[in-house]
Write a protein that binds this ligand. Sequence first.
Ligand code: C2E
Ligand code: CA
Ligand code: CA
Ligand code: CA
Length: 272
Amino acid sequence: LLPIGVAMGGFMAAGVVWLSRRRLSLSGELAIAIRNREFCVHYQPLIELRTGRCVGAEALVRWQLADGSYVKPDLFIPVAEETGQIVQITEQVIAAVGRDLGAALAADRTLHVAINLSARDLEGERLLGLLDDLTRRGIEPRQVWLEVTERGFVDDGAPRAWLDKARAAGYVVAIDDFGTGYSSLSYLQKLPIDALKIDKSFVDTVGLETVTACVAPHIIELAKELRFMIVAEGVETQAQADYLLAHGVHYAQGWLYAKAMPVEEFLVFANT
Ligand code: C2E
Ligand code: CA
Ligand code: CA
Ligand code: CA
């Protein structure tokens, strides 16, 4: 019998080796996928709660395999963020948004598209240049929302300056997954943001008699005071939608309305 510490150490070392080998191969596969442009975008409708109208979509990346199936982003985005490959994936997402929605957004100024950015995207001029290419397709900057998680705001360095520049150019900046990260509520008012997305984990508690159920109303009140646009994500029930509307949330997205879908389906959805 081995002493427990040695046994555990051996087990953990094996685990780390397994993990890093897997990561290595996934990042290798990602490199090939990036070269072959295997990423596409699905669109999840955003609904104005007051009217029930579709006002746009969130662009959600999909990795399309040769057999036509899709790999969900949760499986590869964390690795791509670690290796820096996320920046090349974001470039492909922005290009796809331009191709997919350029004409529709130019034809209807009340529609917008939300694009997810990672902290590593918020450096240099290249992505800002690609976003400006969207305006060459007739999209206005105010029709493009940039979703950044709280991690993107933790320091006052490069990401903050990047976001200030994006906002000065007219893009709308939204804080994503709000409530799950670092920031205290008082810190919120110092951030360069226009909109706030309430994370699904809080939407899930709406109307329940639990301690965490107290958080959502506080977030909503504060966001209203700071005059942010408020989006609730992961809305699955009519009761949640009713509550959010009654408390002044502007937009909602979730399976109650629609899942993410290919652009052809989204364009039909948006017109009905
Ligand atoms: P997110 O930004 O919080 O996006 C919302 C996720 O919740 C999406 O998963 C969406 O399909 C899912 N969802 C929406 N409504 C509902 C609902 O009512 N119920 C449930 N159970 N789920 C719902 P998805 O598409 O798998 O994306 C997962 C995450 O991957 C995203 O979370 C985002 O953080 C990241 N991601 C997706 N696309 C991109 C991208 O282009 N760039 C970056 N950097 N990250 C991305
Ligand atoms: Ca998002
Ligand atoms: Ca989110
Ligand atoms: Ca989320």
